[in-house]
Design a protein around this ligand. Structure first.
Ligand SMILES: C[S@@+](CC[C@H](N)C(=O)[O-])C[C@H]1O[C@@H](n2cnc3c(N)ncnc32)[C@H](O)[C@@H]1O
Length: 195
């Protein structure tokens, strides 16, 4: 995200959209039995709400307190909702999970903190767990932002070593972002830790 827009602005405009396709793909890849899910960089909680509706226990993690407060307001004291305010630069300890979803969020971790955050993501995956993430590539318009992390295709594949890749789509195309027209270079990934 260009830093002329706050995450609170962005997140507050997300409620009402449909859940990310990455969540549908990830849910299709699970056993069908709801378990424990982490939504890392959950934003406004569109995917959090979908997961709660589907019977999952959800750990909603984000660095933006206003969005987390709205999630809590929306779901009240839902026993299956756990909200964690955390910054990617001090990697949150994630619970063991059957599903880790992180849509359009990990690239906003600064490079110096990315490896530790990714280690937490990998650590959270129980045997058989499903991971759904977007990573940004070097052709993305935001490439060069020092507060963001980008990966080549080979580097993205390297991050997934040891996982079974269930879905891999490279998007390298003009499109739209919250801030206006944008060239996107995104690796959309769904993978599973072998059981
Ligand atoms: C593009 S939004 C994606 C939100 C949601 N997952 C979605 O798909 O709409 C990126 C999210 O990452 C969060 N974020 C960005 N940088 C962060 C950081 N350093 N630590 C924690 N969260 C961060 C923002 O607050 C925002 O909610």
């Amino acid at each position: 995200m260009p830093h002329d827009v706050s995450w609170d602005d962005y997140n507050a405009h997300q409620w009402g959209r449909v859940p990310r396709a990455s969540l549908d793909l990830a849910l299709d890849a699970t056993s069908g039995e709801p378990g424990v899910a982490v939504d890392l960089g959950c934003g406004e909680g569109v995917e959090v709400a979908a997961l709660l509706d589907a019977g999952w226990t959800v750990h909603a993690v984000d660095g933006e307190p206003a969005a987390l407060a709205r999630i809590v307001d929306r779901h009240g004291s839902h026993a299956a909702l756990h909200v964690q305010h955390a910054d990617f630069t001090a990697p949150p300890v994630l619970p063991p999970a059957d599903l880790v979803h992180s849509s359009y969020a990990l690239p906003y971790c600064p490079p110096a903190a990315f490896d530790a955050l990714w280690a937490e993501v990998r650590e959270a995956l129980r045997p058989g767990a499903v991971l759904a993430v977007q990573l940004f590539g070097p052709n993305d318009d935001s490439y060069g932002d020092p507060e963001m992390t980008f990966h080549t295709e080979a580097e993205a594949q390297e991050l997934l070593a040891g996982l079974e890749i269930l879905h891999w789509r490279e998007e390298d195309a003009d499109g739209n972002a919250y801030t206006g027209p944008k060239h996107w270079h995104v690796f959309h990934v769904v993978a599973r830790r072998p059981a």
